[in-house]
Design a binder for this molecule. Structure first.
Ligand SMILES: Cc1cc2nc3c(=O)[nH]c(=O)nc-3n(C[C@H](O)[C@H](O)[C@H](O)COP(=O)(O)O)c2cc1C
Length: 216
């Protein structure tokens, strides 16, 4: 058994992985735990397709080719939220030694999303296209349960919505049905301890900024 509080504190995004494979037995344990996540009407809407070894490499090559020719369209955030992205960029790129005005290296860093940051395993998180917001919430609960279960086993992760920029490439490389919406990717592997950005703990607001209690 693992200490939940400690696991939650330990989890953070990994952006450089070792090539060392993830033991299938540990992955299966985490998947079995994640399967216990709650969902709207218990429909368990999450669908997860993993790519590893040759298939993973083929997917990477196809995504990289596409991202180099047609850089991802990173949609702007509503103005009230923009500063969070800027602060995150400053922390992550700062730890990677990339200056704010160094556009060339920033673009290269963005491309690393499509190499899954070197993770030997990448999951594609999907949901049936007819489902809605409550079901996407259920997939999110599943994903966090999976990520925490992996963290507790010493395995690093990075949720990657960036992969959803090229759904047709992923669909054709992994034979994913057109009935499924591709929500995001999940890079899975052992974190490279020598990569400073893997040791970041990205700041959070005080709870009071996000949570309100009302009594009368
Ligand atoms: C839905 C979702 C999508 C994300 N997409 C990306 C992504 O495409 N690339 C990336 O490097 N990080 C991505 N992240 C990681 C976030 O940047 C990260 O969770 C956040 O900055 C907090 O940092 P932490 O995970 O280290 O605590 C994503 C996280 C979530 C939950």
């Amino acid at each position: 058994m693992f200490d939940l509080d400690q696991t939650i504190k330990d989890r953070h995004s990994t952006r450089k992985f070792l090539s060392q494979p993830v033991p299938r037995a540990l992955l299966d344990e985490a998947l079995a735990l994640a399967q216990l996540a709650p969902s709207n009407s218990n429909i368990q809407p999450w669908r997860l397709v993993f790519a590893q070894s040759v298939r993973r490499d083929r997917l990477q090559q196809a995504l990289l080719n596409q991202a180099k020719q047609h850089p991802p369209n990173i949609s702007p955030l509503p103005s009230a939220f923009q500063h969070y992205r800027q602060e995150l960029g400053a922390q992550v790129y700062g730890a990677m030694g990339i200056a704010r005005e160094d556009q060339a290296n920033r673009q290269l860093a963005v491309l690393r999303n499509y190499e899954f940051f070197g993770a030997p395993l990448v999951g594609i998180v999907c949901m049936h296209q007819t489902l809605g917001v409550a079901d996407a919430l259920s997939v999110g609960m599943y994903l966090q349960t999976l990520v925490l279960s992996l963290t507790a086993r010493g395995i690093g992760t990075c949720v990657e919505v960036s992969l959803a920029a090229y759904p047709e490439i992923i669909r054709s490389e992994l034979n994913i049905s057109p009935e499924l919406s591709i929500l995001c990717g999940l890079a899975v592997g052992y974190a490279d301890p020598d990569f400073p950005a893997n040791h970041l703990h990205i700041s959070r607001e005080a709870v009071e900024k996000n949570v309100l209690f009302q009594s009368n």
